[in-house]
Design a protein around this ligand. Structure first.
Ligand SMILES: [Zn+2]
Ligand SMILES: [Zn+2]
Length: 262
């Protein structure tokens, strides 16, 4: 069957002003012919009723973090061991963010979805991504301690440009799923930290030191805080947040991210 091959951004799909199921199905079918849904990774067409952003093959290729990972930073350690090189021995004591855990490995499939989520104005993807985080949550016993969820904040100008903070959307969904309180006000970003790609690991940590502060210490005092972010790379951003939260009186700071770069 002939089908127009227009690659529109799948962000916006007109919705119907009425709720009849049969009309809705007919409308969805028509939309699919006009604006086919494609997989966010391999760009193959998705089933017209597919609700998820990845095709079944890409979905299967998403790797969760296996049982062997660094007990501090959550980095997968295929050869085993309790800690990675960066977190071994007394080095672990210096970190303000005591534990980092992630749901999945930041492979090409997840990258496609996260990229659209962050840079292509597709906030609706938060639902799918938070589900992935929720699915892996229970395998990490440490997360049981969490009393308060705080998303990694964006600098206010960037937040305005993007229209939303992707980490906040994830944290909102997770707070509902887990029945935990959410605080999006107390932690703020003081400056728009330059892109971190050109820094080494030490440079990244320095770059993030002092980048965040707490405006409402009373809300954090004595709390076990769980930071929420989309991707953990070196953990420098999370460490910058943890530094501010600890200074404000938080009892313990941990982090849970959707993906882990390896
Ligand atoms: Zn695919
Ligand atoms: Zn580590």
């Amino acid at each position: 069957m002939w089908k127009p091959k227009i690659t529109w951004p799948t962000t916006w799909r007109p919705t119907l002003p009425f709720s009849s199921n049969s009309l809705r199905r007919a409308w969805d079918g028509l939309l699919y012919v006009l604006l086919p849904n494609t997989c966010y990774s391999c760009k193959r067409d998705l089933h017209w009723q597919a609700k998820e952003p990845l095709c079944p093959a890409c979905e299967t290729a998403v790797k969760t973090v296996g049982p062997l990972y660094c007990l501090r930073c959550g980095k997968p350690l295929p050869d085993g061991g309790a800690h990675c090189y960066q977190c071994r021995g007394s080095k672990a004591d210096h970190f303000k963010c005591k534990i980092i855990r992630s749901a999945v490995v930041f492979g090409p499939q997840v990258r496609g979805v996260v990229h659209a989520f962050k840079y292509a104005d597709q906030p609706h993807l938060a639902g799918y991504l938070a589900q992935r985080m929720n699915k892996e949550w229970d395998k990490y016993v440490d997360l049981k301690e969490a009393e308060l969820l705080i998303p990694v904040p964006l600098y206010k100008k960037k937040h305005k440009q993007r229209g939303y903070n992707q980490s906040e959307l994830l944290a909102q969904q997770l707070a509902q799923m887990r029945g935990l309180p959410l605080d999006t006000q107390s932690l703020i970003r003081n400056r728009n930290t330059p892109s971190q790609t050109e820094f080494g690991r030490e440079g990244r940590l320095q770059n993030m030191s002092g980048a965040f502060s707490c405006v409402n210490p009373a809300a954090l005092k004595g709390k076990v805080v769980l930071l929420i972010d989309d991707v953990a790379t070196t953990g420098a951003t999370l460490e910058g947040c943890a530094e501010a939260l600890k200074a404000a009186g938080a009892k313990k700071v941990m982090a849970y991210t959707l993906a882990r770069e390896v």
